[in-house]
Design a protein around this ligand. Sequence first.
Ligand code: SF4
Length: 372
Amino acid sequence: MSTLNPWGDFGIKDYSKLIQEFGITPLDETFEDLNDNKYYRRGMLVGHRDLDKFLSEAKSGKVVAILSGIKPSGIFHIGSMITAEQMIYFQKKYSNAFLFYSIADLEAYVDNGQSLDKSDEIAIYNVADMIALGMDPERAVTYKQSSALAVSDLAFIFSDDVTFNMLVDIYGERKISLYFAALVQAGDIFLPETKPFNGPKPVLVPVGADQDPHLRLARDLAAKHKEDLQLIPPSAIYHKLVRSLTGDDKMSKRTPQSMITLSDKKEELKQKIMNAFTGGRATIKEQKELGGEPEKCPVFDLYIYFAKDDMQIKNVYKECKKGVRMCGGCKNEAYGLVSNFIEDHQAKRSAAMNEAKALLKNGDSLVLKRPV
Ligand code: SF4
């Protein structure tokens, strides 16, 4: 079996192959409960593990948790926004759902060489982004991995359940620090099920599809700790990865032109969008004759993320295919959509900075308690 690198800057070309190879369940049209989720309607959600079980527990009114995190090696980009929006969607949908947001500063230290002090600064922005996107702070625990003794303790316990070969099978050959980061992530995933948070409960992890190895590891650990810690295997919902504006498979923090961040200034944003790769043809004549290829176009993707109305996306698609829409005008329209959103978001985030600081401080104190 091949491996999937959750730390890599690679794209996924064929989601159905990935789903088949790793035993992920495809997210088909049978989830009527998700019809109010824009990413579901717009085809961005590709697979899941035990989502049906999680939804039925959540609907029954039992306390459930939504968990995901961010490596604070940078400010929010569209990929981190989608994960955040997914978490917030489930938090809003179920009043019995608690949101746990891990700032993976230990992972940023080993994977990106970023100091914990720098992560402290960025973490406040990350939490403020969450608040600006609509997270309810009353039902949220936001914390840094380096403060979470409970998470490190769990990682230590889990290290007794895995061998080097098992980790190589899941992740391929990596540095020990990354294997340990994976165990710390497992600690994150099970944090909501620990004693300080009132014990076992269903947990849903919304993440990009490239993060599936972490879920496979966590589900395996849950099976091993079914009796002693009474862990429940986490459920997961996977979204497609955001494509690079430069036409590469996946955007990369190492290439700023490849991605839009929620901190971009208007000029910067305009330049990124106007220079973006498109699914357009070589000449206007060809575009009129053959139509464009929105399936290949990262500018079309911007409509999927930012359009308020599904109809707008359908129209762009149809006009592009028919050859009645040209890329210059289409980019301008996309820029308008994105810049309006980002302008509004930045104002909300500035207003949320103090609340974010306080929330993070409170979360850091909660995760110091013994997990078992
Ligand atoms: S018209 Fe728009 S959607 Fe179609 S290829 Fe050009 S930029 Fe992409």
